[in-house]
Ligand binder design. Structure first.
Ligand code: APR
Ligand code: PHB
Length: 391
């Protein structure tokens, strides 16, 4: 098999890239190791920055998002029983975010690709990327019990943190920057209307909690738990009791309970692989970087990467200039590091580390007081949350 751009992975990065290339008249083939149902149903985050919303709309993939997504103009920060709303448009000059689950973004992009786009092969597992230093890189993969080769002009590794594309960058050229956190998130989905109309980020002495949502009738909630926690070790009532404690306010705010339909634990990690390009191999999304979910940046970063790649390839085709391809890694990494910084700041401001000293506890509260007491600090948070520019 032969194509222009071989894409490994049908997460948001690979799927959106295939769509952007299709719209630009550039051929691609997407190889995805899992089956369609798995990709469409794994639970991930659900906050789209304004820039991401604009990109999906412009790509012709925003129709259901515009119908079913919920526009949010702020979040609530909660600590020491107090509530503080951060007003995004007021602070940023008009920006907001959209609550629309990543699973739904993937469903929409898969449907479009299968209907209008190039090949998207499920249960096609890439084994290795070869020849990226020459002009004919190849992906060796298995499909329907056979081994096959996809010959490409370019390979884009959109295969997530556990993928194989990164292995094609020689070890002596790779640099990895990493931090793991001694806690994770226990996430639940519950059939109950959200207890608040915006997301609530709560810092509590017992640990962080987050109230989010998937729709007007489905809540998504998270609890900070120790690293390595087994989700099944938590009973449903125990989860609600703990959420109630962490969200408690002085003004008697009430948490609504309902049947829990899914339960899982997500580890927390910050990770960057540099460079994001080697020869004709480009890395995009989680294949190159991971952020802890506190800043809701993972999906948005993936979108930034593939927009940058698609633009660069179109520039080459239209003008013969490879300049944007050559600067791909540097361009993406500037934005990636801003999102890493923001996600780290949000995570360390809101979570209680198991070994936190009383001094660090006080500092954490001082950081929160600063955000709610200084328009400059609050604007900085609102800017980061609603998104860093793509250029
Ligand atoms: N061959 C083919 N496909 C593979 C391989 C392989 N060897 N290895 C991994 N994949 C697939 C995975 O099954 C997955 O569907 O690559 C896809 C990677 O998708 P994501 O992990 O969703 O990564 P990405 O598209 O970069 O999206 C980033 O996802 O993890 C969240 O928070 C993150 O929101 C962010 C977003
Ligand atoms: C989610 O809804 O899953 C979600 C929202 C905000 C975050 C992380 C996850 O910061």
């Amino acid at each position: 098999m032969r194509t222009t751009v071989g894409i490994i992975g049908a997460g948001p990065a690979g799927l959106l890239l295939a769509r952007l290339l299709h719209n630009a008249g550039i051929e691609s083939v997407v190889l995805e190791s899992r089956d369609r149902a798995y990709v469409e149903h794994r639970q991930r985050a659900g906050i789209l920055e304004q820039g991401t919303v604009d990109v999906l709309r412009a790509a012709g993939a925003g129709e259901r998002m515009d119908r079913e997504g919920l526009r949010h103009d702020g979040i609530e920060l909660r600590f020491q029983g107090r509530r503080h709303r951060v007003d995004f448009p007021g602070l940023t000059g008009g920006s907001s975010v959209m609550v629309y689950a990543q699973t739904e973004v993937c469903k929409d992009l898969i449907a479009l690709q299968l209907k209008e786009g190039g090949p998207l092969l499920f249960e096609a597992e890439a084994l290795e990327v070869e020849g990226v230093e020459g002009d004919r890189p190849r992906i060796r993969f298995t499909y329907e019990g056979r081994e096959d080769v996809l010959e490409c002009d370019y390979v884009v590794g959109c295969d997530g943190f556990w993928g194989v594309a990164r292995n094609a960058v020689p070890a002596d050229l790779s640099r990895v920057f990493e931090r793991t956190y001694p806690f994770g998130w226990l996430g639940i989905l519950a059939d109950v209307p959200p207890s608040h109309d915006e997301l609530v980020y709560a810092r509590h002495d017992r640990g962080f909690a987050l109230l989010s949502m998937r729709s007007p009738t489905v809540s998504r909630l998270y609890l900070q738990v120790p690293e390595g926690t087994d989700a099944e070790a938590w009973g449903d009532e125990e989860i609600w009791d703990e959420l109630e404690r962490r969200f408690e306010t002085e003004d008697g705010w009430q948490l609504r309970r309902g049947p829990i339909t899914a339960k899982s634990v997500t580890p927390m990690r910050s990770y960057v692989h540099e460079p994001m390009r080697h020869g004709r191999l480009f890395l995009a999304g989680d294949a190159a970087h991971i952020v802890p979910p506190t800043g809701a940046k993972g999906l948005n970063l993936a979108v930034g990467d593939v927009v940058t790649f698609a633009r660069a390839l179109v520039r080459l085709r239209d003008t013969g200039s490879a300049e944007l391809l050559d600067t791909y890694s540097a361009t993406c990494l500037r934005r990636v590091w801003q999102a890493e910084r923001f996600s780290y700041d949000m995570t360390t401001m809101l979570h209680r580390a198991p070994e936190a000293t009383p001094f660090e506890d006080r500092l954490q509260l001082a950081r929160l007081e600063r955000v709610v007491g200084s328009r400059a600090a609050e604007t900085d948070l609102a800017d980061g949350y609603t998104g860093f520019p793509l250029d």
